[in-house]
Design a protein around this ligand. Structure first.
Ligand SMILES: *Cc1c(COP(=O)(O)O)cnc(C)c1O
Length: 241
């Protein structure tokens, strides 16, 4: 199953090195320090062996988009002694599943509406936790996309920042799927500008993180200020689902 679906361990190490090198070059082009950008390796649909290979190659941040897949992987990783892993939840959370998102995750990138934010906060509080989160923004207000529109987020921010069970650290977006990565630049730039407006209006909160950029567009995202990129297929291989 492993060899059919995912890259081999040797390929994963090679592709990781290649991605890191491309990230470093993009950061330098923009006059930034490469260490300002964190790589989250998106392991969704790929088995624990692929994650294990990436850990062996020095990769410790992993992202998954479905809680039903994330939890078993957390358990598998634990059983294998892969204790250095930092898990990121990057996918949509259904409002009735927020309880399952209170877990050993370093960052939830995908708080996409007020209902999810308030339920997460409630569930986190019940568990005696405060969750570190990003707000997902639908920059171009595409109907098919999740996330706050920029205006919705500006309006919701006062209430959002009052929620005791979550702590906001910045923004996340997904650019439209386009062939030419250059076409994603306005989306990434808009997210950065929104971050600047939020930081000005709500200086009491931390807006430092910009989670943006995937396999097809991460170099443009880094040039536009990404602090976290989420990369799957360039590391683990194409997904069948
Ligand atoms: C799948 C996924 C990614 C990674 O996509 P690739 O194109 O494989 O790099 C990044 N972010 C989110 C939210 C995803 O669901």
């Amino acid at each position: 199953m492993y060899l059919d679906q995912s890259n081999t361990a040797v390929q994963i190490a090679e592709y990781l090195a290649d991605v890191r090198e491309r990230m470093d070059r993009a950061a330098r082009r923009a006059g930034r320090e490469p260490r300002e950008v964190t790589l989250v390796a998106v392991s969704k649909t790929h088995p624990i062996e692929a994650i294990q290979a990436a850990v062996a190659a020095g990769q410790f941040d992993f992202g998954e988009n479905r809680l039903e897949e994330l939890w078993p992987k957390v358990e598998q990783a634990r059983a294998l002694g892969l204790d250095q892993i930092r898990w990121h939840m990057i996918g949509t959370i259904q409002s009735r599943k927020t309880r399952d998102a209170v877990g050993p995750f370093v960052l939830i990138h995908s708080v996409d509406r007020m209902k999810v934010a308030s339920r997460l906060s409630r569930d986190a509080q019940e568990a005696g936790r405060v969750l570190d989160v990003l707000c997902e923004v639908n920059v171009s207000a595409e109907a098919s996309k999740h996330g706050f529109t920029p205006d919705e987020l500006l309006a919701a921010a006062p209430a959002l920042l009052e929620l005791p069970g979550i702590r906001v650290h910045g923004l996340m977006t997904m650019a439209p799927l386009v062939e030419d990565p250059e076409a994603t630049r306005p989306t990434f730039r808009s997210l950065r500008q929104l971050r600047e407006r939020l930081a000005e209006r709500f200086p009491q909160a931390d807006w430092s993180q910009l989670s943006m950029g995937m396999t097809n567009d991460f170099e443009v995202a880094i040039e536009e200020g990404a602090t976290i990129v989420r990369i799957g297929s360039a590391i683990f291989g194409a997904r069948t689902e």
